[in-house]
Design a protein around this ligand. Structure first.
Ligand code: ZN
Length: 65
């Protein structure tokens, strides 16, 4: 037999241990280019810009600049 727990861990104690394991919602910021919500520190999905620079060329979207 391998390592076996000596005593049962109660529901309270188990939940207490797992309280930090929850997933958080992704941090959303407003894009300075198109004012859409986007993930922080990532290229904007709707306008394709990052830090004021065009990274992904948009073909289907109507660009104003
Ligand atoms: Zn954008």
């Amino acid at each position: 037999m391998g390592a076996v727990p000596k005593t049962k861990v109660s529901r309270h104690r188990r939940g207490n241990r797992r309280q930090h394991q929850r997933l958080d919602a992704p941090t959303l910021v407003v894009c300075p280019q198109c004012t859409q919500l986007m993930r922080a520190h990532r290229v904007c999905k709707s306008c394709g810009s990052y830090r004021g620079r065009q990274v992904i060329e948009q073909s289907s979207q109507s660009e104003s600049e």
